[in-house]
Write a protein that binds this ligand. Structure first.
Ligand code: NA7
Length: 544
């Protein structure tokens, strides 16, 4: 792949400054490609830049949730087991300084169009840059483009009736502005995903009154938060190389994996003992370190749910509220929607000032100038927090006008379902790669590990093209059909597919229902990626 002259033209443009983006920029630059990043926000961090709502925090513990370069690890000191949003932003800036990234990044620059130019064998990008004097559009050319737009960059707001009538402050969690005042306010929170849970536990203690509008209870697990002291830091740094090797072998890239035993292979005492142990370890041990059949066998799953329920009920004083938060009949199999971590979420409902509306019994009829009117009456608020999620996994790509060889858009190609090869490329869109997107381990792996795995593969692929004089690469339609089948067969295995969730696109009206993630785990994914590259990418890719 020959070079194009900078600054209007690059070998590779990276879009988005989250983990995928910073890793790719540094890696590709290191391989000698003229690489530039455009980031729509004013700073680095991706979701950690945008999601500055109160209580925003990582659900994966340190030291797992980070990039694995020794120079980064050695020079960074984590403060807590689960980092808060501000610490993550500091971490990104630390990396940017260490790797001297900012000289190759344009901030406040949103790529609105990416059109493949067949005659010139390049991508023509339209970049909209905001400055104090207005917005400017530029056309940028590049040989290859790597979309690092993440799995949660297009927020979703349900079309509630009368939303424009509300006279108070209303914000989606992903568009939060740090000057929104919540102390002594009457606050509504809609949504019970990770964002809703975090907002509730952070804001309930300071709000005059808080009402949670819940459609599905979150089977949240205790976070087990703790400070990382100097001793931890010292030991952790010495263990780092060994830990990195271990993480490469586990399903999601954690330091632990599922227990190989099945639930009914052990006695009741042994089962309860393991459940207790995992629950008290905190984090997602009880989800991803449990018996290997809990997410596959309904009877095993019921036992896990019941254990979680009993633990949760014990924390809530009012039995009516307790039944809403941890109902006798599970709304779905345990762990088949994204498990969130909580610190004192359930205790917040013991406050006089905190209330819960179960939207299944008491649905929203309309927003009003003063608040929200449900079937049973009007609730008045000063602030409404929309913790209603994202057009997850695909939205970051389909919101951009991306056109391939024959002018077809990604939106059109994926209108009835996603087609990719290896969750990184799609036929008809040469030299286009995406990181942390659909049909990859995205939601079932730690972000940094997924970003590194994919970033490395993309770097190897571009290097191969350069070495062998190829100008373009795209998957064959057969390869992507086979990948889709493999992704779907893999998703058939567990209980996940029976549950409505954003894992399957269920949260967005009209979105095709299918597994948006590759669910066979990171080690298996790496194997598939390596196999595809073997023998010069033959049979799976078209190189020209
Ligand atoms: P999530 O996990 O998608 O949560 C969104 C929440 O919003 C969820 O509880 C939804 O209820 C709720 N929702 C969505 N539409 C509605 C309507 N129309 N009425 C009421 N409630 C609604 O987003 P988060 O921001 O919390 O987290 C996103 C991911 O980021 C998270 O999983 C982590 O990986 C990090 P539902 O459950 O569908 O009934």
């Amino acid at each position: 792949m020959g070079s194009l002259p900078a600054p209007e033209a690059y070998d590779v443009v990276v879009i988005g400054g989250g983990f995928g983006g910073i890793y790719s920029l540094n890696h590709l630059r290191g391989l000698g490609f003229a690489t530039h990043m455009f980031e729509a926000g004013t700073g680095l961090g991706g979701i950690w830049h945008w999601n500055c709502y109160p209580g925003a925090r990582v659900d994966t513990e340190t030291p797992v949730y980070q990039l694995y370069a020794p120079e980064l690890y050695d020079t960074w000191r984590w403060k807590e087991r689960y980092s808060g949003r501000d610490e993550m932003v500091d971490y990104f800036n630390h990396i940017a300084d260490l790797w001297d990234l900012k000289k190759d990044i344009t901030f406040s620059a949103r790529v609105t169009k990416a059109h493949w130019n067949q005659a010139e064998c390049r991508w023509d990008l339209t970049v909209s840059t905001s400055t104090t004097s207005g917005t400017k559009e530029s056309i940028i050319h590049c040989k290859a483009v790597v979309f690092c737009t993440g799995f949660a960059s297009k927020h979703y707001t349900p079309p509630f009736a009368g939303m424009d009538q509300f006279n108070g402050v209303m914000s989606h969690t992903a568009l939060w502005s740090e000057d929104i005042e919540l102390k002594d306010k009457r606050v509504a929170v809609i949504g019970t995903g990770a964002s809703g849970v975090q907002v509730v536990q952070e804001v309930a203690p300071i709000a005059k009154q808080l009402t949670l509008f819940q459609r599905t209870p979150n089977m949240a697990l205790p976070m087990g938060q703790s400070l990382r002291d100097d001793e931890w830091d010292k030991v952790s740094k010495t263990q780092y190389p060994e830990q990195v090797e271990k993480m490469k072998t586990t399903y999601a890239g954690f330091l632990y994996d599922f227990d190989p035993r099945k639930t009914f292979e052990v006695s009741e005492e042994e089962r309860v003992a393991l459940f207790e142990e995992l629950f008290h370890k905190g984090g997602v041990y009880f989800w991803l370190g449990t018996f290997s059949d809990v997410l596959k066998n309904k009877k095993a799953n019921d036992l896990a749910y019941d254990f979680w329920r009993q633990k949760t009920l014990a924390r809530i004083n009012d039995p009516v509220i307790a039944e809403k938060l941890a109902p006798k009949v599970a709304p779905h199999a345990f762990g088949t929607k994204r498990i969130s971590l909580e610190q004192d979420y359930f205790e917040q409902f013991n406050r006089e000032t905190v209330d819960i509306v179960d939207l299944n019994d008491d649905p929203v009829e309309t927003f009003t100038s003063k608040g929200i009117k449900t079937k049973t009456g009007e609730h008045e608020f000063d602030v409404i927090v929309l913790a209603t999620g994202f057009d997850s996994v695909t939205g970051g790509l389909t919101q951009i006008d991306i056109r391939g060889v024959d002018g077809t858009t990604v939106q059109d190609k994926w209108a009835k379902g996603v087609w990719t090869h290896l969750g990184m490329t799609t036929a008809g869109f040469p030299n286009m790669f995406f990181v942390y997107g659909p049909q990859a381990p995205t939601a079932f792996a730690t972000g940094p590990q997924c970003a590194e795995t994919q970033g490395k593969w993309i770097g190897e692929t571009l290097s191969y093209m350069r070495e062998h004089g190829y100008n373009s690469i795209q998957p064959t339609p057969e390869a992507e059909a086979a990948w889709k089948e493999h992704v779907n067969i893999t998703a058939e295995e567990g209980l996940f597919k029976e549950t409505k969730s954003w894992y399957f696109g269920d949260n967005i009206p009209g979105k095709a229902r299918e597994s948006l993630n590759y669910m066979a785990g990171l080690p298996q994914y790496r194997k598939k990626c390596a196999e595809a590259a073997e023998h010069g990418y033959k049979n799976q890719f078209i190189l020209a």
